[in-house]
Write a protein of this length. Structure first.
Length: 318
């Protein structure tokens, strides 16, 4: 039997000048290939997850939403929130980084992830040649978020993959960050390679003849692959495929849980919004009806105040 597999390292076209497929195309292709789930994690952004969510509804595909965090003082992490509260922290973290930087950029540091990263599954993306400094950084993540840090390994058919993955497996075992398989996906299908190459040339400011190893796609393998393909590539590390499903099961959050929430930090003296609204309404009623409230008006105010409280709309009226 072919092992089950979930692809958890995908960027969409919302990762500007890198992703060569729409989020919906990635989700649709994942369903066609028989993946157990797919994770969309754009660079320092959650912009692609809404379109991915719509496509997941239409196809019945299991979707995990998160973001890739590129740090100024460390390597990159793919962060998947486990629940609604963790999703809120991830959004605040990205907002923090965007506010610090010029438009289009994001400035995040390891201290920021430590402050906001609770209840997230963090997939560490190693550099090309991880050395002692990276091992120490990985130790720091494992110490801060025990049991929630994983080390990514990708097999991109570049000739040295088996050796490189074996070294990563040793590093993962030594540091307590289990190895997890990914394919570092930038396109839903290999037919998008010309577009991926063009985007890379625009990003790097070079022609296609000058691009060389700077091309995102290189050999066209940064595409979604079926569970059978991934099982063949990771034949020596089947547990790395199984762990993708473990991460998915830990992340129960869905965009269906979101509702519009009005800010409640609006009371000048710290009173709850509902209490403040009731006080202001009483004051306004005295001004409007100095001779006293008519019974009909009093009943209407009480009815509407009660309804506003039940719906939690007091901040809106304030």
């Amino acid at each position: 039997m072919t092992p089950a597999y979930a692809e958890l390292q995908c960027v969409s076209n919302y990762s500007f000048l890198e992703g060569a497929s729409h989020a919906g195309e990635l989700v649709g292709q994942a369903a066609l290939l028989g993946l157990s789930a797919i994770g969309i994690a754009d660079r320092n952004s959650v912009a692609g997850v809404v379109r991915a969510h719509i496509a997941a509804r239409e196809t019945g595909m299991r979707l995990v939403v998160g973001a890739r965090l590129d740090l100024m003082d460390g390597a990159s992490l793919v962060a998947y929130p486990a629940d609604r509260e963790a999703w809120g922290r991830l959004c605040r973290l990205i907002t923090l980084g965007r506010r610090r930087a010029p438009k289009g950029a994001c400035e995040l540091y390891r201290r920021d992830v430590r402050a906001y990263g609770r209840d997230m599954q963090l997939i560490a993306l190693p550099p090309e040649h991880p050395g002692a400094a990276y091992a120490a950084e990985l130790d720091g993540w494992v110490e801060t978020f025990p049991g929630s840090v994983w080390l990514a390994a990708s097999h991109l058919l570049r000739g040295d993959d088996a050796r490189r993955i074996a070294r990563l497996a040793d590093l993962a075992a030594a540091r307590g960050a289990p190895l997890v398989a990914t394919n570092d996906v930038a396109m839903h299908d290999a037919s998008r390679r010309p577009l991926a190459d063009t985007l890379a040339c625009v990003r790097e400011g070079v022609t296609i003849d000058e691009a060389g190893a700077r091309l995102v796609a290189r050999n066209g393998e940064r595409r979604l692959k079926s569970p059978a393909e991934m099982a063949a590539l990771f034949g020596g590390w089947p547990e790395a495929l199984a762990r993708t499903l473990e991460i998915v099961e830990r992340c129960s959050f869905s965009l269906d849980e979101l509702r519009y929430e009005y800010p409640d930090e609006i009371s000048p003296d710290g009173r709850p919004p509902q209490e403040l609204l009731e006080a202001l309404t009483a004051e306004g009623a005295k001004v409007r009806y100095p001779a006293g409230l008519p019974a009909r008006v009093r009943e209407q105010i009480e009815h509407e105040i009660e309804l506003i409280g039940e719906l939690g709309y007091a901040p809106y009226f304030l």
